[in-house]
Design a protein around this ligand. Structure first.
Ligand SMILES: *[C@@H]1O[C@H](CO)[C@@H](O)[C@H](O)[C@H]1NC(C)=O
Ligand SMILES: *[C@@H]1O[C@H](CO)[C@@H](O)[C@H](O)[C@H]1NC(C)=O
Ligand SMILES: *[C@@H]1O[C@H](CO)[C@@H](O)[C@H](O)[C@H]1NC(C)=O
Ligand SMILES: *[C@@H]1O[C@H](CO)[C@@H](O)[C@H](O)[C@H]1NC(C)=O
Ligand SMILES: *[C@@H]1O[C@H](CO)[C@@H](O)[C@H](O)[C@H]1NC(C)=O
Ligand SMILES: *[C@@H]1O[C@H](CO)[C@@H](O)[C@H](O)[C@H]1NC(C)=O
Length: 807
């Protein structure tokens, strides 16, 4: 009998090591120890405090490192606490007065034979004693992590029950109650893990891209642990396992909100921080604000995405810029068909809380879907494995993007096509430079190749000059009778206006096509040259902001050019007329300015030839049905060689008021003299006033001088046309005035080139301050008073020029 009792005693004590059954309990001071001896469960309390908690801590290493606490918020106030389990499998902690300070919550009905057991993983579980399934628990502490994420725990969410496995920091080192910080799944959009301080996101891990959780660094294969990501319609979770069970490692969310992976260092007898999630600025959530990327290797680390500009355009010092507002589009999205996507690579993809995903949709279909919805801002593959599959779309602002050296992904960002073109043009120039560098190195390394290249270039040149003559003949020839019929036999009723070298008629071909016919005056010797010039130049140009030449008609001494007809006449017809100017609101004017800039850019940089127009002015800007501007009248245009930047002429032709000083006075013209004219044109469009003939009661400056005075007086908005009323965007107007003043600066090198003009108009961050414009005071040029509207087109000051010429 005694023997039996002893056996029983022994039996119960061994059991008490890791298990309690209904009727048994653990008092303060007693503990359970897991079978392998790794973990211990019992009452503990912070130093200098009477509060007692039930917790689990490491037994083998670092006794005192608590990994789990049951009654986090409800400590027992003295050492009288008792932990027990009842027949329903419910664990409870009672105080001296048998009041229940904490109890577990079982999800299923328990059988008679329930036990609570501390496993060697550190998991405290409630289960049926008989259950042979070692993972079938009625309750487990691993479902309720505190600040420590142990191997085998889950971090994630059950979509069916809504159960949320998350980690929360302690209030302080002395207080295990849930603190400010939590790491949990954000189930909105494509699920990702977020570290939060209260409701505010501090750090983001994920989403899962098929291979790893997208983060600051690519998880390397390591000998310490392996991880698993489970994602199906029922649940999503992340968990990890140690490879070598004699290695102790844990994730900890400490009371100050730092996520650390620590490993027990046997030799130092201490925990060693193996990795910290928030390693640098770029791991701070949305550090650079929306539409900006973060790169720690650069200073400042933030940079706007291509096609975006910094929101606060006023700050000069980029280092002191507050990036929290991020960047904004240079050009708003057009939405309906006007947008395209720019592929950026090597990125950590943006916050997916406003995203949508489908694994069965391919990238092409994904792009289409994104284009369809105006609020869709970017897309990419959902799963990056095997060349990528699936579709992930973003709605709204793109935030928290980083540039990664390794493990970055592609992102297709939606931009206004206008901005995309800029970027691609920039890219092309870079490509060309690259190509040039490669070519040069090839030449250097091989003298033979140099010779070959020279021969090749020479042959090509020869061939090109041969082609040249042919091209001139390619222009369709119109029959004189057809043109005469179309224009009602050149009826004066059909005259639209006076072009550079003769009248312009409106005509209608038999098929109904409307045309404009420019007829060379018979007795204009000078006109003939310009006619030829226009034919040879414009027949080679194709751009939606240049007027289209349909063909020409030559019969004996009759020479005519046939153009597309512009129903809305020209720009001067609108902007200088009090009533009609009201039809051009700010949007339309901006559209016109943009179109002119694009047309001129094409002439200067993009066409096969480099062309200086030399006569940009309001009456040479024609408007089509949709108020798209088209540059016309190439009679004075000059073709430049690709390397040629400036030319000099004895015969200064152009229009006074639009001519740059160096051209009007010295006959020097270049792309920069066109830029000057463009600047004048912009100021005219904004003000509704002509530069030439401008008068103001307070001064005798021209429009340029007036604009400059207002700019210097910090009241530039007074310049704008009263026809606008209050309906304009002050920021855009200011930008336009600033750009225009930069264009009309006295010194040609100071003036921006057209590609920069467009970039600035489209919305660059900080614009330089303009210097004083050229020709801002009316000069006492000969016969200024008597120049008539007609003569203005050929205001030639040959006498002045020739006298300056011999210098
Ligand atoms: C014991 O716990 C109950 C319930 O939480 C509480 O009302 C009571 O005041 C506690 N008694 C002591 C002595 O702490
Ligand atoms: C226990 O679980 C039920 C349902 O699962 C829930 O409503 C209740 O709040 C839980 N109680 C505790 C103390 O967790
Ligand atoms: C659990 O037990 C209650 C009564 O104790 C019973 O009504 C219920 O059906 C049981 N649920 C399950 C799933 O067995
Ligand atoms: C558990 O096992 C014991 C004996 O091993 C048996 O008597 C009992 O019926 C079993 N209980 C259940 C619920 O299977
Ligand atoms: C596991 O880790 C221990 C301690 O670091 C080491 O001594 C042992 O060789 C490791 N075992 C394996 C299989 O890697
Ligand atoms: C575009 O997407 C948003 C966000 O998913 C949605 O609310 C909206 O209804 C969609 N619009 C259209 C036209 O599909």
């Amino acid at each position: 009998m005694v023997l039996f009792l002893c056996l029983l005693l022994f039996f119960t004590t061994t059991l008490a090591l890791n298990t309690i059954t209904p009727g048994q309990s653990i008092k303060d001071g007693e503990t359970l120890v897991s079978a392998g001896g790794s973990f211990e469960l019992g009452f503990f309390g912070p130093k200098n405090s009477k509060s007692r908690y039930v917790g689990i801590w490491y037994k083998k290493v670092s006794t005192g490192t608590v990994v789990w606490v049951a009654n986090r918020e409800t400590p027992v106030s003295d050492a009288s606490g008792v932990l027990s389990i009842n027949h329903n499998g419910i664990l409870s902690i009672m105080n001296r007065t048998k009041g229940i300070v904490w109890s577990s919550n079982t999800s299923r009905n328990a059988s008679e034979e329930t036990i609570a057991q501390l496993l060697d993983s550190g998991n405290f579980v409630v289960k049926d004693r008989n259950d042979s399934d070692p993972t079938n628990f009625l309750w487990q502490s691993f479902d309720y992590p505190c600040d420590t994420f142990l191997p085998g725990m889950k971090l994630g969410r059950n979509f069916v029950t809504g159960f949320d496995w998350h980690i929360s920091s302690w209030k302080s080192m002395q207080n295990p109650a849930p603190g400010l910080y939590s790491l949990r799944t954000d189930p909105q959009g494509l699920p990702q893990f977020v570290l939060k301080k209260g409701p505010e996101i501090l750090f983001r891990a994920g989403p899962w891209n098929g291979a790893y959780l997208t983060g600051r660094t690519l998880p390397t294969v390591n000998p310490i642990y392996s991880f698993e990501f489970v994602w199906n319609e029922n649940e999503i979770y992340y968990e990890y396992e140690v490879q070598n069970h004699s290695v102790y490692t844990r994730y900890l969310l400490n009371p100050s909100g730092l996520i650390q992976r620590t490993i027990w260092n046997e030799r130092k007898n201490d925990w060693e921080v193996f990795a910290t999630s928030q390693a640098d600025q770029c791991s701070i959530y949305a550090y650079c604000g929306p539409y900006a990327t973060c790169n720690t290797n650069e200073s400042p680390p933030c940079k706007c995405l291509e096609g975006f500009m910094h929101r606060s355009a006023s700050t000069e010092d980029i280092n002191s810029v507050d990036w929290s507002n991020g960047c904004t589009r240079r050009t708003p999205l057009a939405c309906e068909g006007g947008d395209s996507f720019l592929k950026q690579t090597g990125l950590r993809i943006p916050d997916t809380s406003k995203s949508w995903a489908d694994l069965s949709i391919d990238l092409k279909e994904c792009e289409k879907l994104c284009l369809k919805n105006c609020s869709c801002t970017a897309y990419t593959n959902l799963d990056i494995r095997e060349g990528g599959r699936g579709c992930l779309l973003w709605y709204g602002d793109l935030t928290d993007i980083s540039e990664l050296n390794e493990g970055g992904q592609d992102l297709y960002i939606r931009l206004a096509t206008c901005d995309l073109n800029h970027i691609q043009n920039k890219g092309r120039i870079k490509e060309k430079q690259k190509a040039a560098i490669i070519a040069i190195s090839v030449i250097i390394t091989s003298g033979m190749m140099l010779l070959a290249l020279w021969l090749y270039v020479r042959r090509k040149k020869l061939r090109k000059t041969g082609e040249h003559g042919k091209e001139d003949l390619e222009l369709p020839a119109f029959d004189f009778a057809t043109v005469a019929m179309a224009t009602n036999n050149f009826s004066s009723n059909n005259i639209l206006g006076q072009g550079g070298f003769g009248p312009v008629y409106k005509g209608t071909l038999i098929e109904g096509q409307e045309i404009a016919v420019k007829r060379l005056s018979k007795n204009s010797g000078q006109g003939l040259e310009e006619f030829k010039n226009e034919v040879t130049l414009i027949s080679k140009l194709q751009h939606r902001n240049l007027v289209k030449l349909f063909g020409c008609c030559v019969r004996k001494d009759e020479k005519m050019l046939i153009y597309e007809y512009m129903p809305n006449k020209s720009l001067d017809y609108f902007i200088f007329d009090q009533t009609r100017s009201k039809l051009l609101d700010w949007r339309i004017r901006m559209h016109i300015i943009d179109g002119i800039a694009r047309g001129v850019l094409y002439l200067h940089h993009d066409s096969r030839l480099r062309i200086i127009h030399r006569d940009l002015k309001a009456s040479n800007i024609l408007l089509d049905n949709n108020m798209n501007p088209k540059i016309s009248d190439f009679g004075l245009a000059r073709k430049f060689g690709v390397d040629q930047t400036q030319a000099k002429t004895k015969r200064v032709v152009g229009t006074y008021g639009y001519m740059s000083p160096e051209y009007a006075l010295d006959g020097l013209f270049s792309t920069k003299s066109d830029v000057f004219s463009f600047g004048v044109l912009v100021l005219e469009i904004l003000s509704g006033k002509k530069n030439r003939g401008f008068s103001h009661p307070e001064h005798d400056h021209n429009l340029l001088g007036h604009a400059w005075t207002l700019w210097m007086g910090k009241r530039p908005l007074e310049l704008i046309d009263t026809a606008f009323g209050d309906l304009y965007n002050a920021t855009e107007v200011l930008r336009c005035i600033n750009v225009a003043l930069l264009c009309v600066q006295q010194s040609p090198p100071d003036r921006p080139n057209m590609s920069l003009v467009l970039l600035m108009l489209c919305g660059d961050s900080v614009l330089p301050q303009p210097k004083q414009p050229g020709f801002f005071i009316e000069r006492n040029l000969p016969t200024t008073d008597s120049i008539s509207e007609k003569n203005e087109m050929f205001s030639i000051y040959e006498s002045t020029i020739t006298s300056l010429e011999p210098r």
